[in-house]
Design a protein around this ligand. Structure first.
Ligand code: SF4
Length: 258
């Protein structure tokens, strides 16, 4: 027992202080892909991307981060055009916000977000999160689970997991929504009380991912329900998901440009 107390005292605090303090990604961390030089590109450049995230229109590069699986093929093939960003903050409040050069704002969702933020403050920041897996490969679930470990400890920010949708304020959805999961997803959302927010986590939830081409999934959560915040990544890191949750309940305003 004394040994554990001594060990705890010697290590001091290990829990991240995010979002009060920035949490830098480790060297080489792949948070997202950014476009360094978007003009004058040849159409063939789009072929380097195995997921169709890159397109070239009139010489201009368009990169859809919702479809990016962070494989790195584009960075290796054209480092003068693409680069990895080590930032964790990749979430966007609109689908357009995930396109390089797009806008992050979804003005229609703003009143609901403000109402949820006011409720969070009124309830002393207690917010209940329901997670539903709609056909994920399981990677996002590991990252979501990590949010409640001693390092990330998202409970210090007032987020608690709940199994009861009627008690939930935020719905975290993973997976591109397979046919059998469409109705359970809709039922879960319907019984959640207002105000509420929906956060799509991972490439599959944001766009359907690689499975979308086969027609086995709806092609992203927004094909079934309105999404308040998109957290791209395959899978996104726990801090990236935390950033998305804070955006969804109106406790953070800042978003990166794509
Ligand atoms: S890192 Fe993303 S954008 Fe680049 S080739 Fe891979 S999937 Fe496409």
């Amino acid at each position: 027992m004394l040994e554990w107390i001594a060990r705890g005292l010697s290590k001091r605090r290990v829990t991240t202080r995010y979002p009060a303090h920035t949490e830098p990604g480790p060297p080489g961390y792949r948070g997202s892909v950014s476009v360094r030089d978007a003009g004058g590109a040849a159409p063939e450049l789009a072929r380097v991307c195995p997921t169709g995230a890159i397109s070239v229109d009139g010489g201009d590069i368009r990169l859809d981060r919702a479809r990016c699986i962070l494989c790195g093929d584009c960075v290796r093939a054209a480092p003068e055009r693409f680069a990895f960003s080590e930032r964790y903050e990749t979430a966007a409040r609109s689908r357009a916000g995930l396109i390089a050069g797009g806008t992050n704002e979804d003005e229609e969702a703003e009143p609901a977000r403000r109402a949820l933020g006011e409720q969070v403050r009124a309830l002393k920041r207690s917010i209940h999160v329901r997670h539903i897996d709609c056909g994920s490969d399981g990677a996002e679930e590991w990252e979501i689970q990590a949010l409640w470990n001693p390092f990330y400890d998202i409970q210090r920010l007032g987020f608690f997991l709940t199994a009861a949708p009627r008690h939930a304020d935020v719905l975290l959805v993973t997976g591109g929504v397979t046919g059998p999961m469409r109705a359970p997803l809709e039922r879960t959302w319907d019984v959640m009380p207002e105000p509420k927010a929906l956060v799509a986590v991972g490439t599959e939830a944001c766009s359907g991912g690689l499975a979308a081409a086969g027609g086995l999934v709806a092609g992203g959560v927004d094909q079934v329900l309105g999404v308040d915040v998109y957290v791209p990544g395959s899978p996104p890191a726990p801090i990236a998901i935390m950033h998305g949750l804070l955006l969804a309940v109106g406790l953070l305003r800042e978003e990166p440009s794509a």
